[in-house]
Design a protein. Sequence first.
Length: 134
Amino acid sequence: KARVVRHPRAQPWHNSVRFTAEPDATGNLHRGGVSPVTHVTRLAVWVEANRDVLERYGQVSFSYGPAGTDNPSAHLLVTLSDDADAELLVWESGDAEFNRGSFAASVFEHIELESPDELATLLGRFLDVVTGGS
């Protein structure tokens, strides 16, 4: 069951949704028992698995882009302080935007994900930014 939460810094078309993903008989993860695993669902599963760690360092907002688009998306924002955050936008196409740092000197990076391993590497980098790692 999903819970919708509005975050003051999230884009107005994003709704924050929390859910659990369960493996099917073949071990593949599905959201709500019907959706195959994609970049967006992998991100959502990762957020749920790492939510406690993320929340130790800041306010966490996870949301999906507008429903019914040809290229679904998800948005993860961790507000680290009054003037710094880490933000990740991921589209099913593999496009991703990774923004981090202070508002005055943010680093913006466009990434084209070609595999689940590349998303995992990006999520590791995101976690490093949030936790102050390398």
